[in-house]
Design a protein around this ligand. Structure first.
Ligand SMILES: Cc1cc2nc3c(=O)[nH]c(=O)nc-3n(C[C@H](O)[C@H](O)[C@H](O)COP(=O)(O)OP(=O)(O)OC[C@H]3O[C@@H](n4cnc5c(N)ncnc54)[C@H](O)[C@@H]3O)c2cc1C
Length: 1158
């Protein structure tokens, strides 16, 4: 399809990509052009360029299912529309595209108006500007910016309000293509532009008859419908200039600052007469009903009143009656949305007050005015500063060749950045390849009466359907003593469960009728499972000291709880597998995105063949985070069944939504605690209970229940009891996720500490210090350790941020600001590294040296972005004395290294590094006679000579953790040594919270981590930054949302928000602790993959600190609950502002909520 989109979309893209000098020059040049054109005449974007290069004639493109027509004149467009009223116009395709892709909309004819000049014209009129409806939002932004620069401020109120929305609307890529007309006509209930355009009094020019239509409440007819008929074409939008005394503002609150549809969005305009009396007011809201909504009665209540606090009180009451959401409204967050309608009106009031004050108009109280954000044309995008202290300095005596300790770039970085890196789905299709489509259950718990595959088999392209009966070998997978069916047979236990598989020729498709019997009892939220004791065994418990006595003797006893939501892995590469039958002796090659190739090799058990017939190949993974162990192995097994049945290669690559639905997430946890503490902050006893939501199968959940091992985090609590259990619910089965229970366990402890601080009205970091381990210590399960480096990290963070003066500045900021509060938290981590199941602490490697001196390394670790292959190259470079450029790691394969352990537990480099070192040392020793003969020879000459002298240049290496005692945990005795050592760290974060909206941003984060002697400081710092942000996502942003029937709503990036660039702390400083040694791991390094994720909770506790400052303003002191993630909704409601307090609360149980807190 020829692209005739106007060129300025590209300009916007460049502007975003490079913030430097040239982009500014370029932008000024564009503005200059726009202004010049606007002053004299009108300008047509892009279309003229097309006119010069292409003959003006209608173009038709006809495909099998869709025809595409591109007219060249408005008349022709109108004619086409009147003949084919149902044919949509395609501009940016950002509204149409998702409808076609995700909701199956089919449009036999699409009309592209991109060559119809009037839709791209910008025409200057005496009181405003006509903006072509076809212009992209980026172009609209540039037109408005040019007007703001050219006109006096008082005339540009509406333009600036629109710019405020445009900068946060979607992301730059969407804005570069999405059109103004498309945004208006697609009439999203939470459109960001429509409320502002309507409040601002904009008008629309509509073809065919050229009439003008006011963009007001009458224009919006209902959910995604407007006054425009199917045959109407929106040609241009008139955006008026404002007059003196007129103020326009726009506000939006969204789950994330960028690329997130608004929860509530507004456009508000007021015209003030003498004495600041309201002469006209327009209040429009989005996100509080099926379409953009005008609060007409509220506006009426303001008319004729002087602009002041008094008028507001009445307005709030009217607004609450006028904008009503039922308690079970679609989208949920009902209390928050209603509270926002009030608080955003208050923000509008404050901003107008502020403007009046600046103009020297004194009307009423100016209280609170300084606490609002000022809107301006400057970008509000935060700019991060990243300072990293790299230990790139190695000792002067270290050889040039030796790459250990140097900040070597990740070996795949260039290939990944350029797109050359090969992932499973990039593997060229083998001849006759088929695709697999999964048919999943639509019920959370039901019996299967029958499966009718006849309709599916009649579909073109569908070759076969695979069911439970087709599995030739073991039809289930055994985990932790429980059996999990690969394909459901008689019963389904959650919405996501695979019932059968369609095997297709091309694009996966399937239509399988499954007969269900009546739904069975189905616990979805955790409480149901807890009440009915629906648990997976074993339960875990550790106790030390006398908890009852410790509670009795405490000065204070407090009970609290923390709920933590789950977390979707959201790896960039979804679950992918390609199974290729070799064609003889039941041999199969499995190309898979798995962090545990050996576990995936259990395909053999499913096919009923020995393991030596199945080779798993892992080139690299596009992220895994624990989600590509057990779930991948099941997916590989059922794909292999399809390959076995058809005798052809079968590929299965999950769609993002399917992946999110099926493959489970981090376990949501409910943590309850009772804590006894003294007046000086010392904790005398704590009793903790953890409930983890495992979902419908056991997976690795009992291992997550081992979270009681981490319930001390960094604290020495003399009397401590912890119990944990994995709860069986009818949700998708949850699985391992970076940190594996630690982020939940430690967060509950930190919540307890925070409560103690709030009860005592003391800074939380002081309570932490009073209780942290000191000197040679023993954990609650009897493991000895020295916390010296924990304290060094802690003190170094304190010193780097200048804690005392910083907290003082924060207090004074809070005193000066009523509606904005700052909060801070300093959080420690003590993280045990290695598998507590001792047998997993082993690794093997195979190193070949070729005659030309190049080295090929195979080891058991999977490269999933963490840089393990780069570190292995560095190990080889030291051991063999060759430059790392001569070392290559091709893939991880069960044929080269059998029986490998999963790349997990932050133990990959520790274990595989030792195995690679072992192999290299063997080889180096074998070369000794050659080296002795020719000490001045080069590496290449030695390897050539070795071949001639019949010396084997291939060696295996092996590592087993042999320190005595071996890692173990005796759960009966409640004691053990489950880890090899601890990685320590500390992190300070500071946030600023808008109490009116719950919006926050992280102003500063400082992390100091003890990674021992880093093998590669660049990679380790990358791991620290990545883990911290993933933790920030877990604790403050990412929210899984389930229907009461157990269906996951959040099945893609539009509903599920992971941290984006806008969430990076404005000042982000990462430091590796110097002068640290670790005798337990290779070259004195430490595992770093997981530990820092927990430090993301510092942002959560900083938010909680800010909330507590806000609550103090409302006279609320002491401990209060705040669940994780601390989303804007939760933070705002916890602030207990007068606005949220005004919203009536519906009695739980009196309605069906839209979503559940699972
Ligand atoms: C990832 C993503 C994030 C988004 N975030 C936001 C957000 O934060 N805030 C927000 O407000 N919106 C958001 N949107 C919505 C987006 O702004 C709209 O989808 C976009 O403006 C539609 O314009 P388009 O050119 O892509 O329309 P298309 O998809 O090309 O067309 C959409 C519909 O509009 C009709 N149409 C288009 N132009 C005309 C016209 N001139 N006359 C008559 N009918 C017309 C078409 O017939 C079609 O039915 C988001 C969209 C995406 C995909």
């Amino acid at each position: 399809m020829p692209s005739v989109r106007p060129g300025l979309g590209f300009a916007g893209f460049v502007y975003r990509r490079c913030y430097g000098y040239w982009s500014c020059v370029f932008q000024r040049f564009i503005r200059f052009l726009i202004n010049r054109c606007l002053i004299n005449t009108s300008v047509t974007f892009g279309v003229k360029r097309v006119a010069l290069t292409e003959p003006q004639q209608t173009r038709w493109f006809r495909g099998e299912r869709v025809a595409w027509v591109s007219p060249v004149s408005l008349e022709e467009l109108v004619l086409l529309k009147s003949t084919h009223p149902q044919a949509p116009l395609v501009l940016g395709n950002t509204a149409l595209g998702p409808e076609m892709k995700f909701r199956g909309a089919v449009h036999p004819l699409l009309i592209s108006p991109s060559r119809v000049a009037p839709l791209f014209e910008v025409t200057h009129a005496p009181q405003g500007v006509w903006v072509g409806a076809g212009l992209s939002l980026t172009q609209v932004q540039m037109v408005l910016e040019a007007r703001v620069e050219a006109l006096p401020q008082e005339k540009t109120e509406l333009y600036r309000a629109l710019l405020h929305q445009l900068r946060a609307l979607a992301g730059q890529q969407i804005r570069n293509v999405a059109s103004l007309g498309g945004n208006i006509v697609s009439a999203l209930p939470n459109s960001d532009l429509n409320p502002v355009l309507a409040a601002g009094g904009c008008r629309l020019r509509v073809a065919s008859d050229g009439e003008e239509v006011p963009l007001d409440q009458d224009f919006f007819r209902g959910f995604r419908t407007t006054l425009l008929g199917a045959a109407d074409v929106l040609v241009a939008v008139f955006v008026p200039e404002t007059r003196p005394g007129e103020f326009v503002r726009a506000f939006r609150q969204a789950p994330r600052k960028e690329n997130a549809l608004a929860t509530v969005t507004t456009g508000m305009r007021v015209v003030l007469g003498p004495g600041a009396v309201v002469r006209d007011v327009q209040l429009y809201y989005g996100g509080v009903g099926p379409c953009t909504l005008r609060a007409a009665r509220t506006g009426q209540a303001l008319l004729g009143r002087p602009w002041g606090e008094a008028m507001l009180q009445e307005a709030y009451s009217v607004l609450l009656e006028e904008v009503v959401l039922p308690p079970g409204a679609v989208g949920g967050k009902v209390g928050f949305r209603r509270s926002l309608t009030l608080s955003l009106l208050f923000k509008f009031y404050l901003e107008v007050q502020q403007a009046l004050a600046l103009m020297g108009v004194q009307n009423t109280t100016q209280q609170g005015v300084q606490s609002t954000t000022q809107q301006g044309v400057q970008s509000t995008t935060p700019e991060g500063v990243q300072n990293t202290t790299q230990q790139g300095e190695v000792s002067g005596s270290q050889s040039e060749q030796d790459a250990v300790g140097r900040p070597v770039m990740h070996r795949s970085a260039p290939a990944q950045a350029t797109g050359e890196a090969v992932y499973v789905d990039d593997t060229p299709p083998p001849q006759g390849e088929l695709f697999l489509a999964l048919v999943t259950s639509t019920r959370p718990h039901a019996s299967i009466l029958g499966v009718d595959v006849s309709a599916a088999l009649r579909l073109p392209g569908v070759l076969d359907v695979v069911t439970h009966a087709d599995i030739p070998g073991h039809k289930a997978r055994s985990f932790m003593g429980y059996e999990e069916e690969l394909l459901a047979d008689k019963e389904v236990l959650s919405v996501c469960l695979s019932v059968c598989l369609s095997v297709c020729l091309s694009v996966p498709a399937g239509l399988v009728e499954v007969g269900w019997c009546t739904q069975l009892w189905c616990p979805v939220p955790l409480q149901d499972a807890v009440q009915r004791e629906s648990f997976f065994l074993p339960r875990r418990r550790i106790e030390r000291g006398d908890v009852c006595k410790g509670l009795e003797t405490a000065d204070h006893v407090h009970s609290g709880e923390l709920r933590l939501g789950g977390q979707e892995h959201f790896y960039m590469e979804p679950q992918s597998v390609l199974v290729v039958p070799v064609g003889e002796e039941t041999e199969f090659h499995v190309y898979v995105s798995s962090q545990a190739p050996t576990i995936t090799q259990a395909v053999a058990e499913t096919l009923g063949v020995p393991s030596n017939r199945v080779t798993c190949h892992v080139k690299r993974l596009g992220g895994a985070f624990g989600g590509k162990v057990t779930k991948t192995s099941i997916l590989a097994a059922i794909t292999a069944v399809a390959a076995w049945k058809t005798g052809r290669a079968v590929r299965c690559v999950l769609e993002r939504g399917e992946d999110m639905l099926i493959t489970g997430a981090r376990h949501p946890v409910l943590g309850r605690y009772q804590v006894g503490f003294m007046e000086d902050g010392r904790i005398t006893a704590a009793d903790l209970q953890y409930y983890a939501n495992a979902g419908n199968t056991v997976d690795e959940s009992p291992l997550v229940s081992q979270m009681v091992l981490h319930m001390d985090n960094a604290y020495n609590i003399p009397n401590l009891r912890g119990r944990a259990v994995a709860c069986r619910t009818n949700l998708p089965s949850n699985t391992a996720f970076r940190g594996f229970g630690v982020p939940q366990a430690a967060a509950v402890v930190e919540s307890m500490i925070t409560d103690v601080a709030l009860c005592l009205a003391r800074p939380a970091h002081q309570i932490r210090e009073v209780n942290m381990y000191r000197g040679l210590s023993v954990t609650h399960y009897g493991m000895r350790f020295d916390p010296e480096n924990l304290w060094r990290c802690w003190e170094e963070v304190k010193g780097r941020v200048g804690l005392g003066p910083r907290l003082e500045a924060l207090r004074s900021f809070n005193q000066d600001h009523r509606w904005r509060k700052r909060g801070a938290a300093l959080i420690p981590i003590k993280y045990g590294v290695a598998f507590s199941e001792a047998f997993l602490n082993q690794a093997a490697a195979l190193v070949h040296v070729y005659k030309d001196g190049s080295v090929l390394v195979s080891h058991g670790g999977a490269e999933m972005g963490q840089g393990i292959h780069t570190k292995m190259q560095q190990v080889v470079s030291r051991e063999l004395g060759v430059p790392s450029s001569q070392v290559y790691v091709s893939e991880t394969s069960t044929a080269s290294v059998p029986n490998s352990c999963p790349s997990a537990a932050s133990y990959g480099t520790d274990a595989n590094g030792m195995a690679v070192r072992d192999a290299c040392q063997k080889l180096y020793k074998r070369l000794e006679p050659i080296r002795t003969k020719n000490p001045k020879g080069s590496w290449d000459s030695w390897t050539r000579a070795a071949f001639l002298e019949k010396i084997s240049l291939s060696a295996t290496g092996f590592f087993r953790y042999t320190v005595c005692p071996d890692c173990y945990m005796d759960w009966e005795k409640m004691e053990g040594q489950p880890y090899s050592y601890f990685t320590y760290g500390a992190c300070y974060s500071e946030v600023e919270l808008d109490c009116l909206t719950g919006d926050y941003r992280t102003l500063r984060t400082d992390i100091v981590v003890d990674v021992g002697q880093s093998i590669n400081p660049s990679i380790d710092i990358g791991q620290v930054e990545g883990a911290f942000l993933q933790g920030l996502g877990l604790y403050t942003l990412e929210q899984l949302s389930f229907s009461p029937g157990g269906l996951l709503y959040s099945r893609g990036p539009s509903q599920y928000k992971i941290p984006a660039v806008c969430d990076v702390p404005l000042s982000f400083n990462v430091h590796l602790l110097p002068d640290s040694n670790n005798p337990h791991a290779i070259y004195s390094s430490k595992g770093i993959g997981e530990p820092v994720l927990f430090l993301g909770s510092s942002v959560f506790y900083a938010i909680k600190d800010a909330v507590s400052a806000a609550r103090a303003e409302s006279g609320l002191g002491g401990a209060f609950p705040l669940d994780s993630p601390a989303t804007p909704e939760r933070a705002c409601l916890a602030c207990a502002t007068p606005f949220s307090q005004r919203v009536p609360v519906s009695e739980p149980g009196s309605f069906t909520p839209w979503a559940l807190n699972i």
